[in-house]
Design a binder for this molecule. Structure first.
Ligand SMILES: NC(=O)c1ccc[n+]([C@@H]2O[C@H](COP(=O)([O-])OP(=O)(O)OC[C@H]3O[C@@H](n4cnc5c(N)ncnc54)[C@H](O)[C@@H]3O)[C@@H](O)[C@H]2O)c1
Length: 255
């Protein structure tokens, strides 16, 4: 059998534990025939250890998406492992604690700016850094939490996700003429390190299992990983600037 991603060269960000959405996308992508390079932020040796747990241990290159020098040197550092890229996964989010919880009105701009820089502007930064290796076109996929509405506690991270959604549409506009598609997967809640930082995450779990027509398992990242792989494949050839919900159908239901 041939794999959905046979011959594809993918850059996958956002792996910090083996619960990370990025880790599950990397695993599913390798199972479908892709070769994968990971980026790691901060605790590099930890990311390198997690990379060994993939079906094929993947190389890890360092990338802080807010570091201009690391972004500029990314193409050269990637060329040590791959001769080009067909796809990029943006699976990065961070907001300082003051951005989440009960105090929407009190969050200082510096903290909001950090959330915006790491979680939204970084989609553009990563795309520009990867561009020199995407001379045959390709696909960029980002991870979103539906920002068309306000959620309890998600606060300024929700505002950053709204910016991410808009950024994806503008990138789609800029990069379409180069044959590069840009899409987001709006995932339902999953128990990862990023989710642990959200106070009251349990409220999402209860709401999802009550409302999603297909049901939803917060411990199972497989549906999200499979959809990311589908978007990273050649099977969404005319889709860009779009958001695909992988949430058990929650977004389409009322109370
Ligand atoms: N877990 C959920 O419920 C859920 C739902 C929808 C969307 N998402 C999104 O999925 C993405 C991945 O999150 P996750 O849930 O797998 O959690 P995670 O904590 O495993 O991954 C978040 C990643 O962001 C990386 N990161 C943070 N700051 C960075 C920086 N400056 N430069 C580079 N990388 C940096 C971390 O190293 C980590 O690998 C995020 O965008 C998140 O908002 C998560």
């Amino acid at each position: 059998m041939t794999g959905l991603l046979d011959g594809k060269r993918l850059l996958i960000t956002g792996v910090i534990t083996d619960a990370s959405i990025g880790f599950h996308v990397a695993r599913a992508a390798q199972e479908q025939g892709a070769s994968v390079v990971l980026t790691g932020y901060g605790r590099l040796s930890l990311v390198e250890r997690i990379a060994q747990r993939l079906p094929t241990p993947a190389p890890v290159v360092e990338l802080d998406v807010t570091d201009d020098a690391q972004l500029a040197s990314l193409p050269d550092r990637l060329r040590e492992h791959v001769d080009g890229l067909d796809g990029v996964l943006h699976s990065i989010g961070f907001a300082p604690p003051s951005c989440l919880g009960e105090h929407f009105l009190d969050t200082p701009w510096d903290d909001v700016a950090t959330a915006m820089h790491v979680s939204a502007y970084s989609l553009k930064s990563l795309a520009v850094a990867a561009l020199p290796l995407m001379d045959r076109g390709g696909t960029i996929v980002g991870l979103d939490f539906d920002a068309r509405q306000a959620w309890p506690a998600y606060n300024w991270m929700g505002v950053a996700k709204a910016a991410l959604e808009s950024c994806a549409r503008y990138l789609a506009r800029e990069l379409g003429p180069q044959g590069i598609r840009v899409n987001l997967v709006a995932a339902g809640p999953l128990k990862t390190m990023a989710a642990k930082a959200i106070p009251g995450f349990a409220a999402f779990e209860d709401a999802w299992s009550d409302r999603a027509p297909l049901g939803w398992d917060v411990t199972d990242p497989t549906p999200v990983a499979k959809t990311c792989c589908a978007l990273l494949s050649d099977w969404f050839p005319a889709t860009t600037g779009s958001m695909v919900w992988v949430d058990g159908g929650f977004h389409a239901q009322g109370v």
